[in-house]
Design a protein around this ligand. Structure first.
Ligand SMILES: [Zn+2]
Length: 123
């Protein structure tokens, strides 16, 4: 099951977490486990990751799509499964990139966080 998407813990607002293996097959980062309340959540997908997913998917689709056409024209059926598999991977990457723009990002509750303890004082 996909964890809720939030920049901080969606349950308590804590920023401290432990990185854990993502629940999904292909993600740009690991899931997070809140150190205060053990809530599992995932950080929002940044725009650069969306662009990378769509670019890689587009390249795979165009390259493997053309290759499938060439394979069919030249009559080389042995190369067809590999090209179709990579074409499908390209479609999957594009879908992942597009869907990441429509993910629902939760708003974390506000907490009174203490100032960093070892902040240097300038006098
Ligand atoms: Zn928490």
């Amino acid at each position: 099951m996909k964890p809720p998407i939030c920049p901080r813990c969606p349950n308590c607002g804590n920023r401290q977490y432990h990185a854990v293996q993502p629940a999904e097959f292909l993600t740009f980062s690991k899931d997070r486990l809140c150190l205060a309340c053990n809530t599992r959540y995932a950080p929002p997908t940044p725009l650069w990751a969306t662009i990378v997913f769509i670019l890689i998917g587009g390249l795979l689709c165009v390259g493997c799509g053309l290759s499938v056409v060439i394979v069919l024209i030249r009559g080389m059926p042995a190369a067809l499964p590999t090209n179709l598999a990579f074409f499908a991977l390209g479609v999957f990457c594009i879908r992942l990139g597009v869907m990441s723009r429509f993910e629902t990002v939760l708003v974390a509750p506000d907490i009174d966080e203490p100032e960093p303890a070892n902040k240097p004082e300038s006098t």
